[in-house]
Design a protein around this ligand. Structure first.
Ligand code: PLP
Length: 382
């Protein structure tokens, strides 16, 4: 199994106080106080025990209402499984669906954990390209051809996307569902960044799904700055939700009870904290686009999530080595593009979920590092 290049850089940077941290996708905001208070209350009220595999009925009721109001997904609470983060929801869905050797269609670039999940399951990753020129949307004819692979079982999509920041157009989402339907694939839609959209519209393919082939994954992590609570959820057609809930038993049994109550408070409470964070990410996005353009490192303007690529191809093709040197010699941590797939070559990813001053200085250090590497490269004998 490949190791996550993001985690490799994080491990290198974590104990170095002078390093500006732009590698990990984690909101720098604290969890909203009313959520923390609800969790503390839940602990004293006795939410310290196992819950049913699927999660507390009161939380699933809050999720059901949110899915109907926000995502256009009509589901019963039996179709909802609460998990320890979106990551576990994805892995448990793949565990339920995929046999060794079967194929999982994964975008290139994509969050590295998808390929790690495929490797763990001895499944075959089938990578479909996202075009930089098309703002990292897929070429649907290419996707269609790859989906015809007889091994293919699941098509994974992720919009708003990590690492590209793309928000796929509604017609692209519709076509992806149509391709999954025509080739009789499950569609696993990772929507953990659903609330972080600056331009465009977030569309859930499950709202258009007529035959129960879509599994949709959401998370409290990014929406409510709750990464450490490990709380996500999925919605699937009924027999599949039953199967995933069954799979959850040997994996983690259930999500942590107090974290479930915290998520319930987050979903039922005021939503202005979500807008405040989104607006902050947008300002950081705008400032970073400007800084990357000025440094001649600009790639595309992200429309959602909280990541941006920088083009470092003039320094080197080996972004892993470059990212290590950026930590050790230039005091900035970024995610090496190669960890996201072959199409990440020559790119590094910066997280916009970092404080504005950290981003500003981080881009300066990145530009210095790239210039130093570029000068070295220029001096090499050809
Ligand atoms: N999906 C994507 C695309 C992500 O970037 C992440 C986290 O970085 C996750 C899922 C999982 O997040 P969590 O397990 O914290 O909900």
């Amino acid at each position: 199994m490949p190791r996550s290049g993001i985690r490799e850089i994080l491990d290198l940077a974590v104990d170095r106080e002078d390093v500006l941290r732009l590698e990990i996708g984690e909101p720098d905001f604290p969890t909203p106080p009313h959520v923390i208070e609800a969790a503390a209350r839940a602990a004293t009220d006795g939410y310290t025990k196992y819950t049913v595999n699927r999660g507390l009925p009161s939380l699933r009721e809050a999720i059901r209402a949110k899915l109907a109001a926000r995502n256009g997904i009509e589901a019963s609470i039996e179709q909802i499984v609460v998990t320890t983060g979106g990551g576990t929801a994805l892995m448990e869905t793949l565990l339920a669906l995929v046999e060794p050797g079967e194929g999982i269609l994964i975008s290139d670039p994509a969050w590295p954990n998808y390929a790690m999940m495929a490797a763990t399951l001895k499944a075959t990753p089938i990578r479909y390209p996202l075009d930089r020129e098309a703002e990292f949307e897929p070429d649907l004819d290419v996707l269609d051809a790859l989906a015809a692979d007889p091994r293919a079982k699941v098509l994974m999509i992720n919009s708003p996307a990590n690492p590209t920041g793309a928000v796929w157009r509604p017609e692209t989402i519709e076509r992806a569902l149509e391709i999954a339907t025509r080739h009789d694939l499950y569609l696993l839609s990772d929507e953990v960044y659903e609330e972080i959209v600056f331009e465009g519209e977030h569309v859930s393919p499950a709202a258009l799904d007529e035959d129960g082939r879509v599994v949709t994954v959401f998370s409290a992590s990014k929406t409510y700055a709750m990464t450490g609570w490990r709380l996500g959820y999925l919605v699937a057609s009924l027999p599949l939700a039953d199967l995933i809930a069954k799979v959850q038993e040997p994996v983690v049994s259930c999500a942590t009870a107090v974290a479930q109550k915290a998520a319930e408070a987050a979903l039922l409470g005021p939503q202005d904290c979500v807008a405040v964070m989104r607006d902050a990410y947008r300002l950081r996005r705008d400032a970073t686009v400007k800084a990357l353009r000025a440094a001649d490192l600009f790639v595309t303007r992200p429309h959602g999530a909280f990541y941006i690529f920088a083009d470092v191809s003039k320094a080197t093709d080996d972004t892993r080595l470059l990212a290590r040197s950026l930590v050790l010699d230039h005091g900035v941590a970024v995610a090496p593009g190669e960890t996201f797939g072959t199409r990440g070559a020559g790119l590094v990813r910066l997280s916009l979920a970092s404080a504005p001053e950290v981003l500003e200085d981080g881009v300066k250090r990145l530009a210095e590092g790239v210039a130093a590497w570029g000068a070295k490269r220029g001096a090499e004998p050809r």
